[in-house]
Each structure stands twice: as C-alpha cells, then as structure tokens.
Design a protein around this ligand. Structure first.
Ligand code: NAP
Ligand code: MG
Length: 398
C-alpha cells in the first residue's frame, strides 16, 4: 500500500512518562505504516525542557504559529518532588500555560462517546464541548481579610492621576473582600475562538453569565460576545445552519441537564473549571476526553485531557504490565491530522483521521478495551487488554 503523503508538517510536541511510551506505540503502529508522516519534532520531555531552560517549549509554540497545527503529548508540570526526581535547575512553568499564553487560546474539551460507556445523564446522546475562558476573574483575584469596622472601596487611578471610586461595603465588624478583573482584549479573543470553533465543528454555541446580578462585570462579557457576533459571525452562522444562544448561567445549567448534547458550552473561567469536571465525570473518564487549544488567529493544538499517568509509568519501569488507555492521545493525533488535511486540502489525510477514530471506537464497542473502561462498561465480559495489545487491536481493525 502506498503511504498517504503530507504537504506541510505539523508540530509534534513529545512529552513525559507513560504518555511518552504510548506516543511512540501510536506512531509505530497506527500512523507510520500508513502515512508518510511529516512533523517538526520538539521534545517537551522534562529532561529536555531543563536542558534548554524551557526554550524548547517557547520554540514549539512559535512553530505552532508558523504551521498552524500542533499535537502535544501530556507533560509533567514540575513541583517540589519533581525538582529532586529530575534534578531540575528551576521549577519550570506548566508547558500548557506557556503555550496558551503565546497562542492566546481557548481550550475546548469534548468527551469521546462510545456505546458501552454510558453517560450518567441518560438523555445525553451527543458530546457536550466545554470552552473555558482561561484568563482572569477569581484566578487572578486579590483578597483581603477585614479585621473590623471600616470602609472598603474599589479605586481606579488613571494614568493622568484622576480617580474613580466605588464603595464596596461599610463594615461594622470583621469580614472579607475580593477584587478581580478581566481584560476586554482577552474576552474578545475568547469570543472569537468560540465562534470559530463552532463554525469549524458545525455545532451551536451557548454562552452564559450572571449579567442580571453583575450588571457591569458579567454584562461586559455578554456585550463583547454580542458585538463580535453581530459584526463578524451572524451571516456565517446562518450559512452554516448553527445558532449562537445566550442565556443566564442558572438557566444554562438547567437546559444542559435536559438536553441531548451536541453543542459547545462557553463558560467564564470559574464556571468552566467546575462544569468541565461535571461534564467529563458524567460522560465516563478523562481518558475519553479530547482537548484542543484554539487561538483567535486560527492556530490549533491538540492533546489529551489527562496527565502523564505517572503511577502506570512506575509500574512500566519495574517491568510490570500496564493497561493505560491511549484513546485520548490517539484522538489528539487524529484531530491534528484532520485539521492539517483540511488546511492543505488533503482529503486522504482527513479520511485517514476518520478511519483511525472509527477503528478505535469500534474496537471498544466490540468489547476490547483497557482496564479503566472495563471497570465502567455496560458491555458484558469485556476483553481487558494491556497498553500495547489495545493499540495493536486498533491497528488490526485499521
Ligand atoms: P493523570 O496523569 O491524569 O493520572 C491520574 C490517574 O487517572 C491515573 O493514576 C489513573 O488512575 C487515571 N488515568 C489518567 N489517565 C489515564 C489513562 N490514559 N488510562 C488509564 N488511567 C488513566 O494525573 P496526575 O497523576 O495527577 O498527574 C501526573 C502528571 O501529569 C503530573 O506531573 C502533572 O503535572 C501532569 N499533568 C499534565 C497534564 C497535561 O500535560 N495536559 C494534565 C494534567 C496533569 P489509576 O492510577 O487509578 O489507574
Ligand atoms: Mg478543576
């Protein structure tokens, strides 16, 4: 069989621990036999990040701006224990944070739906994609404990020295206050990423805040989304047959629970943090969750939603058998290859991505799966495979 050709490379960001092992198995068994794989390779494994003073992470993000599509393996975010384990020069920042800051993107997370792994919410038939605004609000908040009676105010001092003040509260005893902010430019980027992704995936877009209570803060989110929608996206949405729908956050939650799924739910930072855990656990597992960072300029970085599966890696190092689920990492590759194909007009590559996903889903639906899924499946007597056997079973079907 002749291999599928690629015209433009995609950016390959290798990673750490068990997912690094899966990464190689996926390339060897599922990609390279079929595709003349063209990638620009960046090793984001912690050892190499340390050797390059984390320059490799920055280089990989800049390469993503050049080639527009990247696929990333899970990586270690160092903590004190990793400082010793890898003898690090510095506690390097989270690569995902660094990449997100350079690409100014929004992360979209969607469950991979298969028969036999049923969502807890029985009317959810299609995936619900969560888009979380990843800047500001309570995550960049400033807080103060108020020891006793006194006046708390919000003060803004302009560059020319003029001031604007709002009373927060006249305290007559101890209490607490919190100040938080967001930036119009970041909200606008978030909005454009969401509108672009909705068009890309032909799904309705829902957005919700608490604008009835927060008449300036949350209302500004609502207004920026609406202004950008009216000016740039209304026609495109109508042409694509999709809808932009704004409602209050509590109304959105009620509607989500009763819906069939099949839309994108854009959330402010805190709502997205909370709701993405609710949606992912209700759909099954983090190992069945895709994640893509979309920049407002249209750069895409695909990855798995889970981490490096450290506990399995230590078993692997001891020579013990592992049964680690590679589905999310496989879908990171298929997502990136499909996007590469779309941008290059490479139909064969897009069709390959579809086939790879179908082979993966069919393997599970036929009863062959890793241990994490075997524990929650409704399929009777599942065939539990180890990490490598599962990938080989997919290869056979492919
Ligand atoms: P994790 O790697 O997601 O794993 C947590 C647990 O979830 C695992 O021990 C395993 O449970 C289960 N699990 C996760 N993915 C699985 C898979 N594909 N197949 C089967 N089981 C899976 O989270 P962590 O242990 O908290 O973090 C490990 C490292 O990953 C950390 O250094 C962290 O910094 C990094 N991390 C990276 C990213 C990223 O790059 N995007 C995201 C999160 C965390 P059992 O052990 O019970 O089988
Ligand atoms: Mg969270």
């Amino acid at each position: 069989m002749e291999k599928i050709k690629m015209t433009t490379p995609l950016v390959e960001m290798d990673g750490d621990e068990m997912t690094r092992i899966l990464w190689k198995m996926i390339k060897d068994n599922l990609l390279e036999p079929y595709i003349d794989l063209k990638t620009e390779y960046y090793d984001l494994g912690l050892q190499h990040r340390n050797e390059t003073n984390d320059q490799v992470t920055i280089d990989s993000a800049n390469a993503t701006k050049k080639y527009k599509v990247a696929v990333k393996c899970a990586t270690i975010t160092p903590n004190a224990a990793r400082m010793d384990e890898y003898d690090l020069k510095e506690m390097w920042k989270s690569p995902n944070g660094t990449i997100r800051a350079i690409l100014d993107g929004t992360v979209f997370r969607a469950p991979i739906v298969v028969k036999g792994i049923e969502p807890c919410v029985k009317n959810w038939k299609k995936p619900i994609t969560i888009a979380r605004h990843a800047y500001g609000d309570v995550y960049k908040g400033t807080e103060m404990k108020i020891p006793g009676a006194g006046k708390a105010e919000l003060v803004y001092t302009a560059e020319d020295g003029t001031q604007q003040k709002e009373l927060i509260h006249e305290f007559d005893g101890p209490g607490i206050i919190q100040g938080m902010h967001n930036i119009s430019k970041s909200i606008a980027s978030f909005a454009r990423s969401c509108f672009n992704y909705a068009l890309d995936t032909k799904q309705d877009l829902w957005f919700a805040t608490k604008d009835t209570i927060s008449k300036k803060y949350d209302h500004t989110f609502k207004d920026i989304f609406q202004e950008i929608y009216d000016a740039e996206y209304d026609e495109k949405f109508k042409k694509a047959g999709i809808v932009y729908f704004y409602t209050l956050i509590d109304d959105a939650v009620a509607r989500v629970m009763k819906s069939e799924g099949g839309y994108i739910w854009a959330c402010k930072n805190y709502d997205g943090d909370v709701m993405s855990d609710m949606v992912s656990s209700a759909f099954g597992s983090l190992a069945m969750m895709t994640s893509v960072l979309v920049s407002p300029e249209g750069y895409y970085e695909y990855e798995a939603a889970h981490g490096t599966v450290q506990r399995h890696y230590y078993k692997h190092l001891k020579g013990e058998e592992t049964s680690t689920n590679s589905v999310a990492t496989i879908f990171a590759w298929s997502g990136a290859l499909r996007k590469r194909g779309e941008l290059d007009g490479n139909k064969e590559l897009m069709e390959f991505a579809d086939r790879l996903e179908k082979a993966t889903i069919d393997t599970i639906e036929s009863g062959s799966m890793t241990k994490d899924l075997a524990l929650i499946t409704t399929i009777e007597n599942p065939n539990v495979l180890n990490s490598e056997e599962f990938i080989k079973a997919i290869a056979e079907r492919l």
